[in-house]
Design a protein around this ligand. Structure first.
Ligand code: NAD
Length: 353
């Protein structure tokens, strides 16, 4: 089969890790007889340098014409003084909102071989964990009306939190469908004891759960969820939540795996089209040293194959190869003392595909 992939290498370690992910895709192409055409485009700091604009229109056009988007990471100290609205991070918000990528899917898996990197005491993670957080990405307090008022010399800031039933329904269904494909267990996280937005969220989730009677569904308040994630992460399979709570909980979940360089993510629209990227940033402190861990980006390509390109066997081949390499004790600098370079660990992964 033939696929067109828009590639945004981005800034910092972005180009280093995306180059390795492309080598893995090329290996999949060779083994499974596919053709992947890559269209390289700019976003973030490198786009600002080249065009003055963090998200050139041409990039959006290329993304729209592609089957999927692969992104490294954007940002870095060089662009920290850019005016808000044209900062590297605005490129990500722009792509998400222009392409309606409302569903952020983030797996958080503790690999057996990396259990020593987990900051939680062993007795709490004896069974390991393998969860997916489904976070709504284009609504909530981040996209509500915001502003400042002045009164009596005191400045007050406000950001309005809101969710419509329609927004909750589409992310809710996406989460139920994800649960159906996994172990049929879904936990919806909100703050319905305090927030009206959350009450609408919860009522809507309860309505659509009628459509998925096989799913073992539960509700949890966000403060409890934050606690349960470190007390007993193995209790979760799929978690669904809004943009703000998801932002915080998904970082917490990734932190307890102990390895920021390992975790992939997907941001999907209604049709399954999506952008795939590692959860980490552009790591300016290690840029150019050849030691960045490419595995989060490589696993992002596996997610791309599974969720957007309908290539489940190819996705599993990548995931199995990564696991094998870790089981054999190969590590990058963020994971161990005797380490392989960015390209050497990729060589190992490719050799097991
Ligand atoms: P970061 O994730 O870039 O780095 C945090 C720490 O993790 C650093 O010590 C870094 O060296 C390490 N690290 C990250 N990825 C790694 C990898 N693949 N291999 C080995 N080590 C890795 O977060 P930060 O330092 O807060 O942000 C740096 C820049 O990245 C900022 O400009 C920020 O805005 C941007 N950022 C971008 C994204 C994105 O593009 N999606 C996400 C987060 C941060």
């Amino acid at each position: 089969m033939k696929f067109k992939i828009a590639v945004i290498k981005g800034d910092g370690i972005g180009p280093e890790i995306v180059d390795q992910a492309i080598r893995v895709i090329d290996k999949i192409a060779e083994k499974y007889n596919h053709t992947f055409d890559f269209s390289f485009c700019l976003a973030g700091g490198s786009a600002i340098d080249a065009t003055g604009n963090t998200l050139p229109e041409e990039t959006i056009e290329i993304c729209r014409e592609s089957d999927s988007i692969l992104l490294g990471a954007v940002g870095g100290p060089k662009w920290d003084a850019m005016p808000s609205g044209n900062r590297p991070e605005n490129a990500l918000l722009g792509i998400r909102s222009k392409l309606d990528l409302f569903a952020n899917i983030r797996p958080a898996i503790m690999y057996n071989a990396l259990s020593d990197a987990c900051p939680i005491r062993k007795e709490f993670i004896s069974d390991g964990f393998d969860m997916v957080i489904v976070r709504e990405l284009t609504g909530d307090v981040y996209f509500g009306e915001k502003g400042r008022t002045q009164s009596g010399g005191v400045t007050t800031g406000y950001d309005i939190m809101k969710y419509s039933e329609t927004e909750v329904e589409r992310i809710g269904r996406r989460a139920f469908e994800m649960a159906m494909k996994r172990s049929k267990k879904l936990c919806s996280v909100d703050k319905a004891n305090v927030l009206e937005t959350s009450r609408v969220w919860r009522e809507t989730m309860h309505r659509i759960r009628e459509e998925y009677p096989e799913v073992d569904y539960s509700d949890m308040y966000v403060d409890n969820a934050a606690m349960q994630l470190v007390r007993n992460p193995g209790q979760f399979d799929v978690i669904v939540t809004g943009n703000l709570f998801g932002d915080i909980l998904s970082d917490e979940a990734s932190m307890i795996t102990g390895s920021i360089g390992m975790l992939p993510s997907a941001s999907l629209n209604e049709t399954g089209f999506g952008m795939y990227e590692p959860i980490h940033g552009s790591a300016p402190d290690i840029t150019g040293k050849g030691i960045a861990n490419p595995i989060a980006t490589i696993l992002s390509t596996a997610m791309m194959m599974r969720y957007s390109l309908n290539l489940a066997d190819e996705a599993s081949a990548i995931e199995t190869a990564v696991e094998k390499v870790l089981d054999l004790g190969y590590r990058t600098a963020d994971l161990g003392k005797d380490y392989l370079s960015t390209s050497e660990i990729t060589d190992k992964i490719i050799s097991y595909i």
